[in-house]
Design a protein around this ligand. Structure first.
Ligand SMILES: Nc1ncnc2c1ncn2[C@@H]1O[C@H](COP(=O)(O)OP(=O)(O)OP(=O)(O)O)[C@@H](O)[C@H]1O
Length: 435
């Protein structure tokens, strides 16, 4: 569409009336350069480039961002922040490790700083902002980002940790921001420890996962307690997004919602900084292959995904017996305290090899993971994209190795999808895996 064409299609919600021709051209160039796709080009905005030069962001926030070394906006932040600041609902799809967290945290803090006063005198806990994550570790991580910026109180509520401690924190701090996992949030809603009537900023991080059958009813319960669709802002983010999920999401979103993606709106795309390797092998070859990887990448951080909890534990034990490198494992049945300690150790480089189930596949931003291994192929290619996305984050280079057995190849649909994802980011498909 030409610039003139875009102007002629502007609608009541459009930002276009505010954009000069020069700014429109700048936006078109920006989209081209970063592979940004707007479902509706009427949503074009004036992108944020440098945080400190942008008058839309409060000085207090910009200073904090600079202290934390955040100076230039990542492409998804550049467009998500201005659109969200226009009070629009937003769906943002951008590759793993591309900075989606700050894309929803910065506008939340901006709104709160622009408010006259944050009410803390009410009897109960009435958050203004709620961020829902599918896993405990991701919720903790997002809460840490907010705490690091440090402008407002936030509390993280999640299962596996003391309900009493979280409850007393909610009572005493009455935080304006709550980050949490669906189950524990619902627990606190049911007991009246959290009230949603003032929550007009709701984020579903890893939104496609949130619409899985298991999570959907819990999410729906939370949303039903929020102010109505026109009063609240609902923001959805993920690295993977399909049309079917958008159909589930639409009833929860204002009709003027904006959908922006880096890369195709609904297609699957892995981060291009990850070099992906596929190995066609037999089940009993896997240990030998992994041993080779451990020897080759000795001293690097490696994350190995398995299909089940038992397997994470047993393969980890087998490798500890081999004494090549010290390994740990994490899965849903590991005590929460230990899970948190392990992630911390992995982050700090005290642990270098972790076996994990998909409890670690989404959102975790662990420093310097160099290699991801799919010892077992995950349930679908979306999960594959998230798993390998634990490396190659924020511009770093990463490597992934995926073991593929004949059993996976029986599923032609997933096989085809995988080959498309791998080849579209310039990686080579071995002959024995070609369709
Ligand atoms: N503007 C910025 N400048 C510098 N670093 C940034 C900026 N924004 C984010 N980062 C860093 O990029 C890394 C990845 O960000 P983040 O975890 O938000 O990615 P993500 O897109 O949510 O990934 P995933 O899809 O895996 O959840 C983090 O370490 C974060 O600190």
């Amino acid at each position: 569409m030409t610039i003139d064409g875009i102007f002629s299609t502007s609608n009541a919600f459009s930002n276009l009336s505010k954009l000069t021709t020069k700014k429109m051209a700048k936006m078109e160039r920006f989209c081209k350069e970063h592979g940004l796709v707007f479902e509706n080009p009427d949503d074009y905005c004036d992108p944020i480039i440098d945080f400190q030069d942008d008058k839309r962001l409060p000085l207090k926030l910009v200073k904090k961002l600079a202290e934390l070394n955040y100076h230039t906006a990542k492409p998804i932040q550049a467009v998500a922040i201005p659109i969200i600041l226009e009070k629009r609902d937003f769906v943002g799809k951008a590759e793993t490790g591309s900075g989606k967290t700050l894309a929803f945290v910065i506008p939340a803090l901006t709104f709160m700083l622009n408010e006259d006063e944050i009410e803390t005198k009410s009897a109960g806990c009435y958050p203004k902002v709620m961020i829902i994550s599918p896993t405990r570790e991701l919720a903790i991580q997002t809460n840490e980002v907010i705490e690091q910026i440090g402008l407002f109180k936030s509390i993280c509520v999640y299962g596996g940790a003391s309900r009493m401690t979280q409850y007393s924190e909610l009572r005493s701090k009455k935080p304006p921001i709550i980050v949490g996992t669906p189950g524990r949030i619902n627990d606190f809603l049911e007991t009246g420890s959290i009230h949603m009537s003032k929550c007009n900023y709701l984020v579903l991080d890893e939104a496609d996962r949130m619409f899985d059958m298991g999570f959907y009813p819990q999410i729906k319960k939370i949303i039903d307690l929020c102010p109505g669709i026109r009063e609240r802002q609902t923001l959805l983010f993920s690295a993977t997004w399909v049309e079917k999920v958008q159909e589930l999401a639409d009833p929860l979103l204002n009709p003027n919602r904006s959908l922006v993606s880096i890369g195709p709106l609904y297609g699957l795309k892995a981060c291009i900084d990850i070099k992906q390797h596929l190995f066609h092998c037999r089940e009993h070859d896997k240990k030998k292959l992994l041993e080779e990887i451990f020897r080759e990448f000795d001293g690097f951080k490696i994350l190995v995904f398995t299909a089940t909890k038992l397997r994470a534990q047993s393969v980890c034990d087998d490798f500890n017996d081999l004494n090549i490198t010290k390994c740990d494992y994490i899965h849903g049945d590991v005590a929460q305290e230990r899970r948190e300690r392990l992630i911390q150790d992995f982050n700090r480089g005290r642990s270098m090899v972790i076996f994990a189930t998909d409890v670690a596949s989404r959102g975790l931003d662990i420093k310097e993971i160099h290699v991801v291994v799919n010892y077992d192929f995950p349930i679908d290619v979306e999960t594959y994209v998230h798993r390998i996305g634990r490396c190659g984050r924020n511009g770093a280079k990463g490597l992934s190795f995926t073991f593929i057995t004949d059993r996976f190849l029986e599923n032609q649909y997933q096989h085809k999808k995988l080959l498309k994802v791998v080849s579209s980011s310039g990686n080579i498909i071995p002959d024995n895996l070609q369709l």
